[in-house]
Write a protein that binds this ligand. Structure first.
Ligand code: FES
Length: 181
């Protein structure tokens, strides 16, 4: 090996060694800076995860700082009882439609007074969502494609629908009928 090539070889090894010592590791190059609660942050409302903990940038009298974010709890589905009809307006064996409002939404429902009490179903046909209507007696029919449902159980009597109507819990007290939506 010549003198020059030996010298350049030593130079290359030295350069590589120094570069190895001071170069950031691949993992370090992409890792996020560590956040500690109380440290300054810029944008209020920004959330970041550091060390497995979630921090949120909040505004304080001393400026914007990172604070441990509270664990968000999944929202619980809510149901509410809504008055639909006066009891006197639903005679034995009869069905009646109504629109009830709950949580800012309107629901089209149909109620029937059976020998076992009042039952309530969504009027939305399970085939393609058209509104079923009472009749003939004891049945609910869909004008869109002809499905027929039982007014007392919501079960399919005739297709093309093949799923029962959605049933609501009913409560009748003090002369009024309520459903839970
Ligand atoms: S939407 Fe009711 S039968 Fe098709």
């Amino acid at each position: 090996m010549s003198k020059i090539s030996r010298r350049s070889m030593v130079g290359m090894i030295t350069t590589s060694f120094v570069a190895f010592l001071f170069a950031p590791s691949a993992a370090g190059a992409v890792s996020e800076p560590v956040i500690r609660a109380g440290e300054a942050c810029k944008k209020v409302g920004r959330r970041k995860t550091s060390g497995g903990k979630t921090f949120e940038c909040v505004k304080t009298a001393n400026g914007n700082i990172w604070r441990r974010a509270k664990a968000s709890t999944p929202s619980q589905p809510t149901t509410s009882e809504v008055k639909v009809l006066d009891s006197a307006s639903l005679s034995a064996g009869a069905s009646q439609t109504a629109i009830v409002t709950s949580g800012g939404k309107n629901y089209a429902v149909v109620l029937t007074r059976t020998s076992g009490g009042v039952v309530a179903f969504s009027r939305s046909c399970t085939h393609a969502g058209a509104l079923v209507t009472p009749g003939p007696a004891g049945q609910l029919t869909c004008p869109a494609h002809g499905s027929v449902f039982s007014a007392s159980t919501g079960a399919v009597i005739e297709g093309p629908a093949n799923i029962s109507l959605t049933k609501y819990q009913v409560s009748e007290r003090s002369g009024a009928i309520y459903i839970t939506i």
